[in-house]
Design a binder for this molecule. Structure first.
Ligand code: SF4
Length: 263
């Protein structure tokens, strides 16, 4: 009975995103930005994962695919780095995770990539089933993946479901740093899925290994194990970012660069 009363009192908690804006998603820390004009080679030493480096013009560049959001760079050098707000962090290429985007970014190529993926997954637009495979995660990504099913995100409202069988799956959602022991099972899972298929690398560990460099145990990301279509950084990525990756893979939303801000 108390639960019924509480439910009546709180009303609908389910987000309307992406059909309606959601302040919680917009205020989420989506990554770190390099401030305009930032240039100090010493800043590269601040990062424990090697995400900070130099760009072609002598400025600083930051690879969100390596960033674990520890905040060390923002705390130490607020004149060079700032938090970026917004959960729409997924991208269609590994290169697009580097900020600021190089001046010679081929926007036409990005648009072509997006159109090709949209054409490939046209049949999946109404509903999709996801097979999640953990290739050696610390468990944090799994909490966020599971959250997609709670009443706040309720991805079933968008025709998105999880399945235990790759035979019924359209999307392969991969977490973890790419343990060599999982390479075979991961490939067999993808082979068992009916075409068309989409692969999402979920989380910084799945993109680059994060704090884990390639070793005898892990590949340092899953890009070398299976062909990845969508990359969503974060350590872990928020449920909104995961949802953005899924909808981006299906061509239902576009890539969006988070606005600079300090949530
Ligand atoms: S917040 Fe990201 S880029 Fe900055 S120091 Fe931490 S891991 Fe490196």
């Amino acid at each position: 009975m108390p639960w019924v009363l509480r439910g009546l009192r709180e009303g609908v908690v389910t987000t309307g995103w992406p059909r309606r804006p959601d302040a919680y998603a917009d205020g989420w820390i989506g990554g770190v930005d390099v401030l305009p004009g930032a240039a100090d080679p010493a800043a590269e030493r601040l990062c424990p994962t090697g995400a900070i480096g130099g760009d072609a013009d002598g400025g600083l560049a930051l690879d969100r695919g390596r960033c674990i959001l520890c905040g060390a760079c923002v705390r130490a050098r607020p004149d060079l780095f700032a938090w970026a707000a917004g959960a729409q962090t997924a991208r269609l290429s590994r290169e697009a995770l580097v900020v600021p985007a190089p001046d010679d970014t081929d926007e036409a190529a990005v648009e072509r990539m997006r159109a090709e993926l949209a054409a490939r997954v046209r049949a999946l637009r109404r509903s999709v089933h996801i097979r999640h495979v953990d290739t050696g995660s610390d468990g944090s990504e799994e909490w966020e993946v599971h959250a997609l099913l709670n009443p706040v995100y309720d991805v079933g409202r968008l025709g998105i479901f999880f399945t235990a069988s790759p035979r019924h799956a359209d999307i392969l959602l991969v977490t973890g740093a790419g343990g060599h022991g999982m390479a075979g099972p991961l490939r067999r899972t993808l082979e068992a899925m009916p075409a068309p298929t989409v692969v999402i690398a979920a989380g910084t560990d799945a993109i680059s290994g994060g704090l884990t460099a390639p070793t005898y145990a892990v590949a340092g990301g899953v890009g070398g194990l299976v062909p990845v279509d969508v990359w969503v950084p974060g350590s872990p990525p928020s449920p909104f970012s995961l949802l953005h990756a899924i909808l981006l893979a299906l061509g239902r939303v576009g890539p969006h660069r988070p606005e600079r801000g300090s949530p």
